[in-house]
Design a protein around this ligand. Structure first.
Ligand code: TXA
Ligand code: MG
Length: 343
């Protein structure tokens, strides 16, 4: 398949490119596009065949459901069977933005989107290009992250090109994504609102609006054998670079001491900018120690750089779990397949 690349600097400067990309979506094609979190691989979310094509292009297991992206809350009743009070409160506070809500689904939502569950995940992205694409296509757009299944989510058009060239109809190049990690996923389909995946909207922010909010144990702990995943995405390894990653929970000095004892070919540090001076192995930085937003923005690109430099073993300096840090920690834990050393 030939993949067209549309460069879109802004919705005002490149309306023709946007229209062509929206037409592809409306016809049932696949288009990778930027959002404020990561790039998504979009298709018409009400077209079963188009949704199947997403799974095929990504090599994604078909029981891992997709998020439907909307550009107006008026699209909600067509997709969600019930809209609880909590959903309205969260929408008023955080939409458009990096928050996905899991709600009971209507029969219009194809099983291919919900992975056979009775719920659907919905997000209203805060990115003009994404919203304009949805609006012009006239459909809710199903979109997982636009990476090959298992590799780090894409935060630039080049990442999408690296993974999906020849596998999708088009890639909209709209620059790099601001947040850099995928949206927060919260389920409102059970008794207590439960965070299934931490992201740009923090647990602290959600509690301010809703009061009681649980965090699913799978956010920070490996799932037990045979345990049922609240969010099917959590049972897959995910976000993995090709190298083995070990997360090291240590002070700056202890981290440097530990890593410097392991100087060998292919050993890298994935660290904070303040760590570099003391390190004797090649290092890739993912932001400053006390800057979780910067870490979120840089992490996936850093993981891809480690692959490009053929890292074999990566010691990653563990971030704080406060605020957006919880999302950074959650992604790194998965990149490390829960292999963590505490010093
Ligand atoms: O920021 C994001 O959310 C990006 C951009 C493109 O919007 N999308 C994204 O999609 O990260 P994806 O497919 O890579 O991750 C969706 C996550 C998966 O972990 C999936 O299991 C979960 O949401 N999910 C989707 N529908 C669900 C449902 N009905 N119940 C529980 N979890 C669901
Ligand atoms: Mg993904």
């Amino acid at each position: 398949m030939e993949t067209q690349i549309f460069k879109v600097t802004s919705i005002f400067e490149n309306p023709d490119a946007l229209q062509q990309a929206s037409d592809i979506l409306a016809r049932g094609g696949l288009v990778a596009f930027p959002t404020e979190t990561v790039y998504g691989l979009g298709a018409d979310g009400l077209n079963e065949d188009a949704v199947h094509a997403i799974y095929k292009a990504k090599g994604r297991p078909s029981d891992n459901p997709l998020i439907l992206h909307i550009c107006d809350t008026e699209m909600l009743p067509q997709l969600a069977r019930e809209i609880p009070e909590a959903a309205i409160k969260l929408a008023l506070e955080f939409w458009p933005g990096p928050l996905t809500m899991v709600l009971p689904k209507t029969p219009q939502v194809p099983d291919a989107v919900s992975g056979g569950l009775d719920t659907v995940a919905i997000r209203f992205p805060n990115h003009l290009i994404a919203r304009e694409l949805i609006r012009r296509s006239g459909k809710p757009i199903a979109a997982p992250s636009a990476n090959l299944s298992g590799s780090p989510s894409p935060t630039t058009a080049q990442h999408c090109i690296d993974d999906l060239m020849g596998r999708v109809d088009a890639i909209v190049d709209g620059g790099s994504c601001g947040v850099g990690l995928e949206s927060t996923v919260i389920s409102l389909a059970g008794k207590v609102p439960t965070v299934l995946r931490p992201g740009g909207v923090t647990v602290e922010q959600l509690r301010k609006v809703l009061g009681e909010v649980c965090v699913d144990p799978a956010v920070t702990h490996p799932m037990e054998e045979g345990q049922k995943a609240a969010s099917p995405g959590m049972k897959y390894k995910h976000y993995a670079p090709k190298a083995r990653v070990i997360l090291v929970d240590a002070s700056r000095d202890a981290f440097a001491g530990y890593v410097n004892k392991r100087k060998e070919d292919g050993v890298f540090a994935l660290c904070f900018s303040e760590d570099v001076a003391a390190l004797e192995v090649p290092a890739v930085c993912y932001g400053g120690t006390d800057h979780p937003e910067e870490q979120a923005h840089s992490l996936f690109d850093a993981l891809r750089q480690l692959d490009a430099r053929e890292a074999k073993l990566v010691f990653a300096h563990c971030p704080s779990q406060e605020g957006v840090g919880l999302a950074v920690y959650n992604r790194l834990l998965r990149a490390a397949a829960f292999d963590i050393v505490k010093l």
